[in-house]
Ligand binder design. Structure first.
Ligand code: 5RP
Length: 228
């Protein structure tokens, strides 16, 4: 029987959740398994409150009976568990493949601890093969996309069927193909300097630990992202 590597990583991460914690719920097919396991633990008596990073995760958590609060109702979170599209050995991440990067960054950035859960294929030597998702405002998107392209990538507006994809915040996503990102901090600064960019999918100095599920049924743990 083949191993569900996403489930493996996600369920290991949920072991770090303790009674009384305020927990950030990530988005995507790996975070799904973490939320599912958290739901089981809640039904067994675990007492937590959670903040969801997307409508999809909110719906899943609600169905499982995980107590949810709005981000504005709390000061900070203890732990966020979320997936990633790419991660390097410094625990710099590319996120946003599922379009939830803005809420994910607000939630993870305000958590004492972030654990990334992923299958081993997400670990890379250098970020950039996965097109970097950048959330942009719809107004003057053509200009914003042209400015982003000047940073050395090929941006493509994400679509959802015939329509342009809209995030939970009503914005567009430009998926930016860099191939190689030499300095994630420098690129992050440059993107932040473009009016019209709401947020980008580079998570730097946010993750504390990554749990990678492997096809042989083992897990690999990478720690120390914030110290870099
Ligand atoms: C959503 C994300 C996801 O965490 C990322 O895309 C990884 O997703 P998956 O676990 O399905 O591979 O950033 O915005």
């Amino acid at each position: 029987m083949s191993v569900n590597v996403k489930q493996l990583a996600a369920e290991k991460a949920v072991e770090y959740v303790q009674d009384g914690m305020k927990v950030g719920l990530g988005t995507g097919s790996t975070a799904y398994w973490a939320i599912r396991r958290l739901g089981e633990r809640v039904s067994e008596g675990l007492n937590i409150t959670a903040v969801a990073t997307s409508r999809a995760s909110e719906e899943q958590a609600r169905e499982l009976g995980i107590p949810l609060v709005a981000f504005g109702d709390i000061d900070s979170l203890d732990l966020t568990i979320d997936g990633a599209d790419e991660l390097d050995s410094k625990l710099q991440l590319i996120k946003g493949g599922g379009g939830a990067l803005l809420r994910e960054k607000i939630v993870a950035g305000n958590s004492s601890r972030m654990i990334v859960v992923a299958d081993e294929s997400k670990a890379v030597h250098t970020l950039g093969k996965f097109p970097l998702p950048v959330e942009i405002v719809p107004f003057a998107w053509e200009w914003t996309v042209a400015e982003i392209a000047k940073l050395g990538c090929k941006p493509e507006l994400r679509r959802s069927g015939e329509e342009l994809y809209r995030t939970d915040n009503g914005n567009y996503i430009a998926d930016c193909r860099f191939e190689v990102i030499d300095s994630a901090p420098e690129l992050a600064l440059a993107l932040q300097g473009i009016t019209g960019v709401v947020e980008h999918g580079l998570f730097i100095g946010i993750a504390d630990m990554a749990i990678l599920g492997k096809s042989d049924g083992s897990i690999e743990i990478i720690e120390g992202g914030k110290e870099e």
